[in-house]
Ligand binder design. Sequence first.
Ligand SMILES: Cc1ncc(COP(=O)(O)O)c(C=O)c1O
Length: 399
Amino acid sequence: VSEASFGPLSVPRRVIHGPGPSAVHPRVLSAMAAPLISYRDRDFYRIMGEVSEMLRLVFRTKERTFAVGGAGSAGMEAGLASFLEPGDTVVICSYGHFCERMVLMAERLGVNVVPVRSEWGRPMDPQMLAGALAELPSVKLVTAIHAETSTGVRQPLEPLVELAHEHDALFMADVVTSLAGSEVEVDRWGIDYAYSGSQKCLAVPPGLSPAALREGALQRIRDRRTLPSSWFLDLSLMADYWGPEHRPHYTTAVSLVFALREALALVLEEGLERRWERHRRTAAGLRAGIEAMGLEMIVPPEYRLDQITLVAVPEGVDDAGFRGRLLDDYCMELGGGLGQFRGKVWRIGLMGEQCAPANVLGLLSAFERLLPEHGFDVPVGEGPAAASAEFAKNPPTPF
Ligand SMILES: Cc1ncc(COP(=O)(O)O)c(C=O)c1O
């Protein structure tokens, strides 16, 4: 390979219908191209202040908000590493692949990890958590995922938070996939620490984990007997950098914070609740189309997420072959199954920018053409027609 052989970057066009990252608005992309300033510049502090204010509106909290440097997993690991010290017990509600990631992370911390496992594709019954808590002498932290991207399930969090607090435990919520796509109420639900991911419904490139932290929970970190095992992911150091004292921590991903700032402005210009409603109505059209084609969704209707829809791979259809053709012929990305759902489900993402009726109609048309070629017959025209009828009844708001 010669030094001259690389040339300019080449990136193909994609219609992203996977579980994230999602498509990004041009205003967000151009915010990233703004000239760099230092992460210790007073004008960067002003922009951080705007980001914090806007995050408070999106997380629905009056408490501290900031962006953890790193992907959603960084927000997850920051919570575990900051709250837990040797000898502590964490109870992890587990009903999917990302819940199990939390278990793996917590096990590395040398703390007592108690997973409470329930069936994938269904929400967890709070009684299971109640039973586990009743048997433990003391629990420091309870964790749960609001929108399990691997199963497409919305887990109601309020009853879990209540149980945690009855046992004097802190509650950490993963709102990676839910934030800005469906209702998240940090203060009303009583969540002590919530983290998200920039690349899902917020529609920012991956690399930040916006988070909300209650003052009382921050104090619990400051009061630890030992320092958190991670310096980089210590939430108290992040809070000090994002707070009024701006005590320096690591070098912040300045351009990504610009992007987040602009994406949050877009969210608020649209209106948070209007944005939830757009996700709800667009997903309703997708589901109508999926059903009309004779495909099956694996989650009961009342617990389905709007931003990610799980469809069972029909009997006899080659999962990877089908997704490959969708990519080859239509430049469309479709998510495959994870963990125990590998090869068994498709995950259709409708997040942020790409959550629009035109994308739903395009995807259903592509399914309609490719499914019969893969051994599953679908009635011609009915999928897109059912989605169109749903959109006519409840038009998703333009954005
Ligand atoms: C619910 C949930 N939590 C955590 C993560 C991890 O986020 P990341 O891949 O940004 O580290 C994901 C990623 O898809 C997720 O869906």
